[in-house]
Design a protein around this ligand. Structure first.
Ligand SMILES: Cc1ncc(COP(=O)(O)O)c(C=O)c1O
Ligand SMILES: Nc1c(O)cccc1C(=O)C[C@H](N)C(=O)O
Length: 374
């Protein structure tokens, strides 16, 4: 990429130039505007306005910020809510997806991030459905399948699944599909509405830079909202929470996916972090991510003992995963040299490229240190 249309965006982040940070697929870096905003939330919104802030924007923050994320994942307003963790939202989504079904199984990607598999196991146990792990390359969906849970980008290999094709395949068999967007939200254009995705979840602390433990999001399309009955019927998902009635009546819209009181400090940290997206086009982000990862791959693929396990074609997210028998100690030594990626057991080195703040020079510095260590 000769011209980098996002080069100026790095200056919006509070990053140390001596560090090559390639772990934004686990914890994104802080945009500079965040610290002052959090200070305002604490000193002014909480400090001066006290409880009045709930009616001055706090209560509706999950839907308002959900709409901001909706723009990044192809969802029209009123369909995304920010709440809880990805794990909790997966539980809500899967329980709602299988509720009342006469089908007998849940299908899950066999290589899924562990939390998805663990939650799917619980949902299967609680509902009496079977759980069938499958390789997404051989995704057989049939008339017994109630729901398919898939990771859009594989956390270990960086492989990107074909959302259009797999969603259509699940629907052709009458099954629903839940997509986990943790490693794709904020790095590539996603079209949840256009593809008629049933439900989707994702975290905000990776490429969306919401901060450690920032709340996750849940997508429930408008047409599916009346039938979306999630099990965590906390008062904030109630149609009239402040009426404080003994019976639970869910909100008519996406707010029914809420459960308890939102974590406002974390939520508004995320809100501030999302401002960066007002200045960038996701197509530029995707193009730069592909270019960065291709560049890094080219520099490391022939190093001794290295096997690249991330697809070379466009079916990849924004990480490059390398297999090496000493992966763990190599990553420890890379980090000692200020090249921060991560290690996933048993033998995978992961390098995540966040196009908003990573540069081609970062790729070159990381590859040079890896070469020296090898
Ligand atoms: C695919 C995927 N799903 C879920 C999670 C995490 O879920 P939670 O936000 O509940 O920790 C991660 C990363 O931690 C992930 O990579
Ligand atoms: N969520 C994490 C955390 O709370 C601590 C450390 C790492 C994480 C991660 O996000 C791991 C990440 N999902 C992965 O792809 O491995």
């Amino acid at each position: 990429m000769n011209h980098d249309p996002l080069a100026h965006v790095r200056a919006l982040f509070d990053l140390d130039d001596s560090v090559v940070y390639l772990d934004g697929n686990s914890l994104g870096a802080p945009p500079k505007n965040v610290a002052a905003r959090v200070q305002d939330v604490i000193a002014n919104q909480w400090g001066r306005r006290l409880i009045r802030s709930w009616s001055e924007g706090w209560w509706t923050a999950p839907e308002r910020i959900g709409d901001r994320i909706g723009k990044l994942v192809g969802a029209a307003p009123g369909q995304v809510v920010v709440a809880d963790s990805t794990s909790v939202n997966l539980f809500k989504a899967l329980m709602a997806a299988v509720r009342g079904t006469d089908r007998s199984e849940i299908v899950v990607d066999a290589g899924t991030f562990p939390t998805d598999g663990y939650i799917a196991r619980s949902v299967a146990d609680l509902t009496g459905l079977a759980l069938r792990p499958v390789d997404p390359d051989h995704l057989a969906v049939h008339d017994r399948t109630a729901v398919v849970l898939l990771n859009h980008v594989d956390y270990r290999t960086g492989r990107l699944l074909d959302m259009a094709e797999l969603t259509a395949r699940a629907h052709a068999a009458g099954a629903k599909v839940v997509w986990d967007l943790c490693h794709s939200a904020g790095v590539l254009p996603i079209e949840l509405d256009r593809l008629n995705v049933d439900l989707a979840v994702g975290c905000t602390y990776k490429f969306l830079n919401g901060g450690p433990g920032s709340p996750a999001f849940l997508y429930v399309p408008t047409a599916a909202q009346p039938g979306f009955h999630q099990p965590l019927t906390g008062w904030t998902g109630h149609r009239a929470p402040f009426a404080m009635t003994p019976d639970y009546t869910p909100d008519g819209g996406v707010s029914r996916a809420r459960a308890g009181t939102p974590d406002i400090v974390s939520m508004l940290t995320l809100d501030a972090a999302l401002d960066v997206w007002d200045q960038v086009d996701l197509r530029d982000v995707r193009a730069k991510g592909l270019a960065l990862t291709a560049h890094f791959r080219g520099l490391v693929e022939d190093l001794p003992g290295i096997e690249v396990i991330t697809p070379a074609d466009e079916w990849r997210g924004h990480q490059v995963s390398l297999r090496h028998r000493d992966a763990e100690s190599l990553m420890r030594r890379l980090i000692e040299r200020d090249v921060i990626g991560d290690h996933r057991p048993p033998d995978v080195l992961r390098f995540g490229f966040a196009p908003l703040y990573n540069s081609f020079e970062d790729a070159e510095r990381a590859a040079a240190v890896l070469k020296e260590l090898l």
